[in-house]
Write a protein that binds this ligand. Structure first.
Ligand SMILES: Cc1cc2nc3c(=O)[nH]c(=O)nc-3n(C[C@H](O)[C@H](O)[C@H](O)COP(=O)(O)OP(=O)(O)OC[C@H]3O[C@@H](n4cnc5c(N)ncnc54)[C@H](O)[C@@H]3O)c2cc1C
Ligand code: FES
Length: 428
């Protein structure tokens, strides 16, 4: 039916062109050939556009049919070590019902019953493959070690739980895909995708999506790591680079190892920077998508703005509270006592829940305080990135413990990273 429609439109288009040529008295065969070719190109473009619209409509239908509220049980279908301390987990829904598609760049939120923890641990992990695999979601997780300057600290809770304690056939509680950092797949404008370290994951999902959809969208893929010991998905990326003419792969090693070979293992022996973009990109006229460690984000994002890239074309996400942290020096005993005394005068009114509570100076955030008092506020990243925990402030003001990834709307606050400045009334 669709084919018939396309052919009828293309035929009508060709007839109109030919008729136009005859009317002008130019009825030679060369023009007819050009007309036929033009009609063929038009027909292909039309077919692509119709396929795209059909795909978008199907995905939005499937999304609303198959999405879910709260947590859903998933089974670990496959656990695949990727090297570099990273392991991929392929997850299928335990109820075997369809999976909603997601936008490449979005993430899943997990609720993990980690032994020894007072309450379930909540963490987000980006989907690392394209949404074109209806039978699984994939996340790729780096086992986080203790900080270098504090080797005695316990290693990352959730990431090491995934690596050490989760196996195939284990069950996990997972929230539906969410997040505002995603590729606009309805557009075909050229993109620069920039992944640093484990920040590769959402960009990989975007890249796989573009390639698998057969789009000719121009893609520059910058991947920054220290050297080959951190270089994951190497074979996969090289294969895509060889297969897709619209893709330019730029692997950057900031500190190449003795056995690492320029041109074979990596393209640039330097950090990802705007200076590098200026040397290799034809212009700054791209949509930039970026996720990486704090030093990379804190330099590249402002440098892009300084290069003249409009803010609307710079999209980025930080993993966890990686956004610029406010300097909060360790409090002295007197300061702690003063904070506790100040907290006594701060009342938090959760208007919808009908609760008025005295603020707890020990609480890390309004979100945590609400949860401790059995008031439910939706959340995703718990790091000021996703906007899920946004809550209207009816009166009063908040202080941000870390800078929000995206400024919340006026009259509202991100409860996961804020504390009350004075007595406050919230719409929760
Ligand atoms: C939107 C989003 C997407 C993400 N996607 C991914 C992804 O695709 N892949 C991925 O790997 N990660 C991803 N993350 C990061 C992930 O959510 C976790 O933040 C990460 O795995 C670390 O969590 P953890 O529980 O393992 O570590 P945590 O337990 O939170 O610990 C963090 C660090 O603190 C240290 N620490 C613990 N206790 C102490 C102490 N007492 N003193 C000093 N230091 C201490 C730990 O050793 C560790 O280095 C994403 C985050 C967000 C917000
Ligand atoms: S939970 Fe994501 S911004 Fe608060």
């Amino acid at each position: 039916m669709m084919d018939l429609l396309i052919n009828v439109i293309a035929f009508a288009f060709m007839l109109s062109l030919t008729g136009y040529a005859v009317a002008l008295g130019i009825g030679n065969w060369k023009i007819a050939t050009v007309n036929a070719r033009t009609a063929h190109i038009e027909r292909e473009l039309l077919r692509k556009r119709i396929d795209q619209i059909t795909d978008e409509q199907r995905m939005s239908r499937e999304k609303s049919d198959a999405s879910w509220n709260g947590f859903r049980k998933f089974e670990v279908m496959r656990k695949n070590p990727e090297g570099g301390g990273i392991c991929s987990f392929y997850l299928t829904p335990h109820d075997k019902k369809p999976l909603p598609p997601f936008a490449p760049g979005q993430y899943l939120t997990f609720q993990l019953p980690i032994p020894g923890e007072r309450k379930p641990v909540i963490r987000c992990y980006s989907l690392s493959d394209s949404p074109h695999h209806p039978n699984y979601y994939r996340v790729s997780i780096k086992a986080v070690p203790p900080p270098r300057d504090k080797p005695e600290a316990p290693p990352g809770l959730s990431s090491n739980f995934f690596h050490d304690s989760l196996n195939e056939a284990d069950i996990l509680d997972v929230k539906a895909p969410g997040g505002q950092f995603f590729l606009d797949t309805t557009k075909h404008t050229p993109v620069v995708l920039i992944g640093g370290g484990i920040g590769l994951t959402p960009l990989l999902s975007m890249l796989n999506t573009i390639c698998e959809s057969g789009s000719n969208r121009e893609v520059w893929f910058f991947y920054g790591v220290r050297n080959s010991s951190e270089h994951v998905m190497k074979e996969h990326l090289e294969q895509l680079n060889a297969e897709y003419e619209n893709l330019r792969l730029m692997v950057c090693y900031s500190n190449p190892g003795d056995d690492d070979v320029a041109g074979r293992d990596y393209q640039h022996g330097e950090r990802v920077s705007v200076n590098l973009f200026q040397r290799v990109l034809p212009s700054s006229n791209y949509n930039f998508y970026m996720c990486g460690p704090p030093p990379m984000m804190n330099t590249v994002v402002p440098e892009l703005t300084a290069w003249g890239v409009p803010e609307k074309d710079i999209h980025f996400e930080a993993f966890g509270p990686a956004t610029v942290k406010k300097a909060t020096p360790e409090k002295s005993a007197e300061e702690k006592a003063a904070a506790a005394a100040a907290a006594e005068s701060i009342e938090v009114v959760f208007a919808k829940s009908g609760k008025t509570l005295q603020w707890d100076a020990e609480a890390d955030s309004i979100l945590e305080f609400a949860e401790d008092n059995e008031i439910a506020i939706d959340f995703g990243c718990r790091a000021g990135n996703c906007g899920t925990c946004i809550t209207a402030v009816r009166s009063g003001e908040v202080d941000y413990v870390v800078e929000p990834g995206a400024a919340p709307e006026a009259g509202s606050c991100l409860t996961c990273i804020s504390v009350p400045k004075s007595s406050i009334t919230l719409d929760a």
